[in-house]
Design a protein around this ligand. Structure first.
Ligand SMILES: Nc1ncnc2c1ncn2[C@@H]1O[C@H](COP(=O)(O)OP(=O)(O)OP(=O)(O)O)[C@@H](O)[C@H]1O
Ligand SMILES: O=P(O)(O)OC[C@H]1O[C@](O)(CO)[C@@H](O)[C@@H]1O
Ligand SMILES: [Mg+2]
Length: 491
């Protein structure tokens, strides 16, 4: 497996602290490339649109909450069609690959890349790479036409298949070169984007005229910079069914407890949003917010209190929550999946047993606990209507970017505007719930659960570690290190 990081950032500066973190372009390393007028200018659907082509100077601000004296800050290149393109329609030979875990909307993105290339740019040659990265060198390809992909957005999963592990950079680039592919669309999460970055570096090293475009996918919503990843809303919606079931079960019996475990390896966004959406949840546990079980202020005490007040309760937890407690009590070897991601133990099962044991030991109160694990059900469904629209925009932005000769970029909305973001910004860290942010405060006030943290610890630590921290607004800031310190000090 390769490592990313050999690409020189393309930074453009301007007045008043303006910074553009630009994406690479084929013309950066191939001289005298011919350009062509964008065929969209003759397309009846688009020619009526005023200012259809994006101005080359358009950029999107990363930070939109500013003060009178704030510098203008970091910007990304705005996505969209350009007046000039760097490929003629009949020379484009594109390929699409999906990698990592499933996510609602994968098929919609595949469909819209194929249809976007065909309907907007007259491209007829698009290959599907089967089974993730390793499919480049170990599987047959699938020919993708608008007809083949016509109905696929109605199905969950990915028609191309996916996998973890198996990223062999030079074999992948050999396959791209041997097949004469000149546009590569790579759909996947943080690991996939790391893989895309090294593919791009190798392509650039070989001097190939091949555009590499990443489309960010992750149900955990842990990709930084972009507003939100596709499929996330669908997953949150689907999680409501499990939470409703837990609520119905728990309120139908005296001292009923429903425990629901949701995905979220390192980031608790699904659990947090599903909790906020439901209003039936009494306690939400996420990896970013440490908690403890026993003693004053602990989870058991809170459960007892809530059962006395309401007679029932629902706990929602992300799969990555409380892993440190779990590994303390059940020593087990660290295991990894083929991509090197840590394999987690089932925290839902573990906590359910701990709660049962506690109440049977204390004999103060008899409880009935039902554990619901809808893990794969929330990601194997087709995307909902708003995710479908979002996937369409992502796919079209990626197509416009590749046709315009941009490469080594991931596409995604930044403050609502689709942008081209250099790979290094997408892979430098994972997005996490900021527990000193207003959103987590909203959750705490909605569930009325304890924070399991002492506020003085947070304030003291913020003073000490991050004097200029902006954790309160949590807008894609780079404050995770300070936050991690807060968390580890309060464990
Ligand atoms: N540092 C890396 N360099 C090259 N390839 C990588 C790297 N990290 C991961 N990959 C490859 O990317 C692919 C997907 O990675 P991974 O299984 O971590 O899923 P992901 O893209 O992070 O998606 P998700 O976590 O949302 O399921 C795998 O084929 C893996 O080999
Ligand atoms: O079982 P799989 O397919 O490896 O996927 C599980 C993981 O994928 C994710 O959905 C995304 O990383 C995690 O939340 C989860 O731990
Ligand atoms: Mg990942």
């Amino acid at each position: 497996m390769g490592t990313a990081g050999n690409v020189q950032p393309k930074i453009v500066t301007g007045d008043a602290g303006y910074v553009l973190e630009d994406v690479p372009h084929l013309a950066d390393y191939i001289p005298d490339l011919p350009t062509y007028p964008n065929p969209l200018q003759d397309n009846a659907a688009y020619s009526v649109v005023k200012q259809y082509f994006v101005n080359d100077d358009d950029s999107v601000a990363q930070k939109i909450v500013v003060h009178k004296s704030s510098p203008r800050g970091t910007h990304f290149r705005r996505a969209g069609p350009r007046q000039k393109v760097y490929f003629e329609s009949d020379e484009v030979h594109a390929c699409i690959v999906t990698c990592g875990g499933l996510c609602p909307g994968l098929n919609t993105v595949i469909r819209e890349i194929v249809c976007g290339l065909n309907h907007m740019y007259g491209v007829n040659r698009v290959l599907g790479i089967a089974g993730g990265y390793r499919g480049f060198y170990s599987q047959n390809t699938i020919s993708l036409t608008p007809k083949v992909v016509n109905d696929i957005h109605k199905r969950g999963g990915t028609i191309l298949g996916t996998s973890r592990g198996g990223h062999d950079t030079s074999k992948i680039v050999d396959s791209i070169q041997d097949r004469g592919i000149n546009q590569v669309y790579i759909i996947g999460g943080d690991g996939t984007q790391r893989g895309a970055s090294v593919i791009f570096e190798e392509i650039q090293r070989r001097g190939l005229r091949v555009a590499v475009a990443g489309i960010p996918k992750t149900i955990d919503n842990d990709i930084p910079v972009i507003d939100k990843s596709f499929g996330f809303d669908t997953a949150v919606e689907e999680a409501q069914r499990a939470i409703n079931a837990a609520h119905v079960e728990s309120e139908s019996i005296e001292n009923g407890i429903g425990v629901v475990k949701l995905m979220g390896r390192y980031s608790g966004f699904i659990a947090m949003h599903a909790t906020l959406a439901s209003r039936d949840v009494d306690c939400c546990l996420i990896p970013e917010s440490p908690f403890y079980l026993e003693g004053p202020g602990g989870l058991f005490e809170f459960i007892e209190k809530r059962l006395k007040e309401n007679g029932h309760m629902v706990i929602v937890m992300a799969e990555g929550a409380g892993q440190e407690l779990l590994s303390e009590s059940m020593r087990s070897a660290d295991r990894q999946d083929p991509s090197g991601n840590k394999l987690l133990q089932d925290v839902g099962l573990w906590i359910s047993q701990k709660i049962r044991d506690h109440f049977s030991r204390s004999k103060r109160m008899g409880i009935t606990l039902k554990y619901i694990d809808p893990t794969y059900m929330i990601r194997a469904v087709p995307s909902n209507a708003s995710d479908n629209v979002y996937c369409t925009l992502l796919a079209q932005s990626a197509v416009h970017g590749a046709m315009a000769g941009y490469t080594g970029f991931t596409v995604g909305p930044v403050n609502g505007r689709h942008s081209y973001i250099p790979f290094y910004r997408i892979i430098e860290r994972q997005n996490k719930v900021v527990i000193t942010d207003r959103m987590w405060a909203r959750l705490l006030s909605s569930t009325n659960q304890p924070s399991f943290l002492s506020p003085t610890d947070i304030i003291e630590d913020k003073k000490e570690e991050a004097p200029q921290s902006q954790l309160l607004n949590g807008e894609n800031g780079r404050d995770d290190e300070a936050l991690e310190k807060v968390i580890s000090n309060t464990c």
